[in-house]
Design a protein around this ligand. Structure first.
Ligand code: AMP
Length: 296
């Protein structure tokens, strides 16, 4: 099956080619326990019978996709995600459908949702945050190199692999971009000023979201949170960035966040400079993996 992550030579390439032609059906899988529930269906642990590979099978109901008019968005998501190969991006191995459902064959992220971990811990350490931010910066550099902007980087869209590596999982709002875009999408808390103001935007939006994420990992709440949507909107447009006294966060971490959360999109710190920032260099584990109980 197409779940081999690395091609190991001509034999593998030949089988990979054959796999591209393969039409999957539900009986190719042993379906196990439910992993979670999304807006349009359920996700199950599954084993592909021939290869015994473990995957996550996402089952979406066509009726719900149609009702919410997201078929086009799903097609785009599948088209984009199936072509991506990066250790910090969840693989989409393939898809199939029957009369009522669409099935996505996804890489299984054994440690589940990062959002739950953040809720459990309240906030992450600087070392853990820096490790995640560096991994995400590398994944975003890869995406932007392929002319893909994600546009919806937030804890709910991040999963954790078996080693503790972070994986960007949801490409529902991503786009292939050769032009500048105007669509308002994503969650308000993570949107940059140019998107809330419905101005043109480009790949710089993902740098802003990474800054918001870095803040939320360290403080446990997003920086522009407010009771009312309109107030969040106002705070984003003004870049009303405040650093609470507790929990303690080092000046170097605040410096990095301040350089990513810049109103003028072209002035945001480029992603390769994020990787070179002293706070990242000092704190991020070079393996890209955060393991509990280690010094990181
Ligand atoms: P979603 O429909 O993508 O929001 O997925 C619903 C829930 O299923 C998520 O919140 C996760 O808990 C779980 N889930 C989704 N995809 C995976 C995966 N690839 N590996 C492990 N758990 C997953």
């Amino acid at each position: 099956m197409a779940v081999a992550t690395e091609s190991r030579g001509s034999e593998d390439r030949a089988s990979a080619h054959a796999n591209q032609e393969k039409r999957w059906v539900l009986s190719d899988f042993e379906v196990g326990k439910p992993l979670g529930r999304g807006k349009f269906g359920h996700v199950y642990l599954a084993r592909e019978k021939r290869s015994s590979e473990i995957v996550a099978l996402k089952v979406l109901f066509k009726s719900q996709l149609k009702q919410s008019q997201v078929e086009h968005q799903l097609r785009r998501e599948v088209e984009i995600q199936s072509h991506l190969r990066h250790p910090n991006i969840l693989r989409l191995y393939g898809y199939f459908y029957d009369q009522t459902r669409v099935y996505l064959i996804l890489e299984y992220a054994a440690k589940g949702e990062l959002y739950k971990e953040l809720t459990r811990c309240k906030h992450f350490s600087e070392r853990r945050t820096a490790t995640y931010v560096a991994s995400l910066a590398r994944a975003l550099i890869y995406l932007h190199g392929k002319h893909v902007i994600h546009r919806d980087i937030k804890p709910e869209n991040l999963l954790v692999g078996v080693q503790g590596e972070i994986k960007i999982a949801d490409f529902g709002w991503s786009v292939h971009t050769f032009n500048r875009r105007r669509t308002m999408c994503g969650t308000l808390d993570y949107l940059p000023p140019e998107m809330v103001e419905k101005a043109e935007h480009d790949y710089h939006v993902d740098i802003w979201s990474l800054g918001v994420l870095c803040y939320e990992f360290l403080y446990g709440v997003p920086p522009f949170e407010a009771k009312e949507h309109s107030e969040t909107y106002r705070r984003i447009v003004k870049v009303d960035l405040k650093f609470p006294l507790k929990p303690f966060v080092s000046p170097a971490a605040k410096d990095l966040i301040s350089q990513m959360l810049v109103k003028s999109s072209a002035q945001r710190l480029p992603l390769h400079k994020v990787l070179e920032h002293p706070w990242i260099v000092q704190n991020a584990d070079p393996s890209g993996v955060y393991r509990e109980g280690r010094s990181v």
